[in-house]
Design a protein around this ligand. Sequence first.
Ligand SMILES: Cc1cc2nc3c(=O)[nH]c(=O)nc-3n(C[C@H](O)[C@H](O)[C@H](O)COP(=O)(O)O)c2cc1C
Length: 198
Amino acid sequence: MPIKIATICGSVRPGNYTSMALNLALDELAKYPDVEVTPTYLEHLDLPLPGLPAKNPDAIEQFQNTVKDSTAVLLASPEYHGGISSPMKLAIDNLGFPSMLANKPVSLLGVAAGVIGAIKSTEQLRAICAHVGAIPLPAVVSVAKVQQIFDPDGACLDADMEKLIRSSATNLIEYVKDTVCAKVSLEEVLRQMGERHE
Ligand SMILES: Cc1cc2nc3c(=O)[nH]c(=O)nc-3n(C[C@H](O)[C@H](O)[C@H](O)COP(=O)(O)O)c2cc1C
């Protein structure tokens, strides 16, 4: 059974830096033959405000099913005014109440122009994820001064930061393999043992 990873990019700005960082994580995920990745870019979704009808319900349902069917999720948010972006919050609000993120391991990647990095947004994202019953990983990646880390074409100029950003993907896969996959394997062994004793 493949490991299914859903990723959400929380910036919809043309030329945004969050997707540049996310691209490194996606590149890392692509190295795993047993991992299927479905990225969501919110500018294509036209998500409704909570409580209002969707203009494109099929696309919203597809987004929801992607998260619902995923083994784990990677959330990449820019730091906007000391918090997560409104598109990222809207994406989470469109994942139901109770949330489809519940029980999903979630890797957090924050991107900021400022010197302190995406500390506030990733903390906020961690709190929201925990609140909806997701399992935010302890290791969070925060990118500071992002305009110095990537050139405008998205090439990473800092090898240490590139390694750190890529770890947002590898940490998630390692967590899934150590916990979710191990649990599924153990359950299968126990089921087979039970069948043999019947
Ligand atoms: C509405 C808005 C608010 C922002 N607030 C902050 C902030 O509080 N701290 C910070 O470091 N950068 C802030 N920025 C800059 C973003 O962090 C910067 O654009 C960075 O590249 C990540 O966003 P992006 O993925 O949209 O490019 C803000 C940008 C916007 C558009």
